[in-house]
Structure formats: structure tokens, C-alpha cells
Design a protein around this ligand. Structure first.
Ligand SMILES: [Zn+2]
Length: 306
């Protein structure tokens, strides 16, 4: 997945590294959750460990290969949904006291470092202050106010800022997401694109569930074609047709297991065709999607019961 809002800060950090100005302890923070700060930490770690950075990681050198296989001996990442214990931090500190095994940099990530217990945070302080040559610590936090001042003072702080809606145009387009729908949710999350995306996906899943339930009722004759079209959502036009086409495909497969080419299986094929036709017709500009969908529902009803 791409995260365009991280790219300016990533470039800035890479430039600092190239110039030899990158601080050995970095805190990536934001007050908004789910901005993929952990991903930024990982990108940076890859660039620092790569032996042929360009300036981001090359993806091909031995170091990059070890990272991609999750087996780089000079990289350690702590990530926890609950608290981060002193034992975990002691393990990290012990690793940081070792020499680099690949004769390059060593990188240690602590994600959501506000989850460190007080004794864990204290155990990190000394190493954070004097880590030694080519040893980097990248911390991330959603709640920098909860961090010990002594942790913050030992780090260079970088704020990850939420992107504006306008800057997400290409990102939304790549994902095939309707901008109007997305923008109605986006401010609710104090601008976390990933949270808004998750909710949109959840809403789409709920709509799929509802439409397929209605479709079952329609196929068994409990509701009519116009009732089936009630929950039509223009922003999910293609998706809805695909859900129905797939449902018919599964039904057809089930039929074919028993007896191929029954009158019913021919009807199912014809219904699929009428939905595929709708997908093609909509390519003509100016057609009303809801009217098309209603017409397809009526046609399917005629095919099924005709
Ligand atoms: Zn590399």
C-alpha cells in the first residue's frame, strides 16, 4: 500500500542521512492515529541498512534481502498492542550493545513507544543517549504527551501531519474510491485516511451483505424486482453488479454439480448476461445508473419466472 502523506518527511530524513546529519534517535509522532508512522520507520530502517541506497533501499543487496526475509541480524522492531515491558527493552538494549553483524548500521524500532512501562522507558534512556556509532533508534508515538520528558529530550522529534483531502486525489483514484463518499467520512477521523478507508470498506461489506440477502429473497420470490433495487448505491455500481454476478455464478456451479444444462441453469446464465449488459451500457455517458439497475432487476425477474 502507498502512503503519499509520508513521502515528504521520508525524503527529508533521507536527505539528512545522506548529508550525515541524521540524528541517532528519532521520534515520529502525531496526535492522529493510523497515519502509518510504523511504515515510515520501516522505510527509514531499510534505507539505513541497505548497502546500496539510492537513496531509499535498493531492495536487492544482501541487507535488503535479509530484511525482506525478516532475518536481518542488525534490525530489531518492538511492536505491542498492550504495554511494552522492561524485559523487551532490555533485549533491545542488549542487542544494541553488540557489534553490527553485517558491518553496517544497526536499527532499532519501538512502535507506539508511549506503551513502554516507566521502568521500560528508564531502561532505554542511557542507550538512547549514547548509542554508539551507526546505531539508530526510531520511535513512533500517537500520544507524545504521555512520554517521559527524558525520552523526548534525547530524540529528534518529527511530526507526521495528516494529509489534506485534496492531496489524496491520486491515492483515492488508484484505489478506485469515490471521493465524495470518502470526504464525507474523512473529517470524522481527524484526518486519518486509513481509518476513513477502513470504515468505507466496512460500509461496503455491510451493503454487500444486505444486497445479497435481498437477492436471495428476490430469487426465492419473497420480494419483487423493484424492492431489490431499493438498496442500490450509485457509488458502488460496479461492485454491486459484480456481487450479483458472482452470486449467480455460485448458484450455477451448484446446479451444474447435479444436472448440467437444466432449464434453471439456462435461466441463471441469462440473468448473468443481463447484468453484464448493464455493465457495458453504463459505459455510455449520460445513462442513469439507478434506472439501468431497476431495468435489469425487472428483466431478471421476467427471465426467472417467465
Ligand atoms: Zn539494498
Amino acid at each position: 500500500m502507498s502512503f503519499p502523506w509520508l513521502e515528504p518527511l521520508f525524503d527529508k530524513l533521507l536527505r539528512q542521512y545522506q548529508r550525515g546529519h541524521l540524528h541517532h534517535a528519532i521520534l515520529l509522532h502525531s496526535s492522529v492515529k493510523q497515519l502509518a508512522k510504523g511504515q515510515l520507520a520501516v522505510w527509514l530502517a531499510h534505507a539505513l541498512l541497505c548497502t546500496r541506497p539510492q537513496p531509499a533501499a535498493c531492495g536487492e543487496c544482501k541487507s535488503c534481502q535479509l530484511l525482506n526475509a525478516d532475518s536481518h541480524p542488525d534490525f530489531l522492531q518492538i511492536r505491542s498492542d498492550t504495554s511494552i515491558s522492561v524485559a523487551q527493552i532490555r533485549q533491545l538494549v542488549a542487542a544494541a550493545l553488540q557489534k553490527s553483524q553485517q558491518s553496517g548500521a544497526q536499527v532499532f524500532i519501538v512502535e507506539r513507544c508511549e506503551k513502554m512501562t516507566e521502568s521500560a522507558a528508564n531502561a532505554l534512556l542511557k542507550t538512547l543517549e549514547e548509542p554508539g556509532q551507526q546505531k539508530y533508534f526510531i520511535l513512533t508515538s500517537d500520544a507524545p504527551a504521555r512520554l517521559l520528558a527524558t525520552i523526548k529530550s534525547r530524540c529528534q522529534l518529527y511530526s507526521v501531519t495528516p494529509p489534506s483531502l485534496e492531496s489524496l486525489n491520486d491515492w483515492l483514484q488508484d484505489k478506485g474510491i469515490d471521493k465524495t463518499q470518502f470526504s464525507s467520512l474523512y473529517p470524522e477521523f481527524a484526518a486519518s485516511p486509513l481509518q476513513a478507508l477502513t470504515l468505507l470498506e466496512q460500509q461496503a461489506a455491510d451493503k454487500k451483505h444486505q444486497l445479497l440477502n435481498d437477492f436471495k429473497a428476490f430469487l426465492s420470490g419473497r420480494i419483487g424486482p423493484l424492492q431489490l433495487a431499493t438498496h442500490f448505491d450509485e457509488s458502488l455500481f460496479d461492485e454491486q453488479l459484480d456481487w450479483l454476478i458472482t452470486a449467480l455464478q455460485l448458484w450455477l456451479k451448484k446446479q451444474a454439480e447435479n444436472k448440467p444444462k437444466t432449464p434453471l441453469s439456462l435461466k441463471i446464465c441469462a440473468m448473468q448476461n443481463s447484468l453484464i449488459q448493464v455493465k457495458m451500457q453504463v459505459l455510455n455517458s449520460g445513462v442513469n445508473k439507478k434506472v439501468l439497475f431497476q431495468a435489469a432487476c425487472v428483466e431478471m425477474s421476467n427471465l426467472l419466472r417467465g
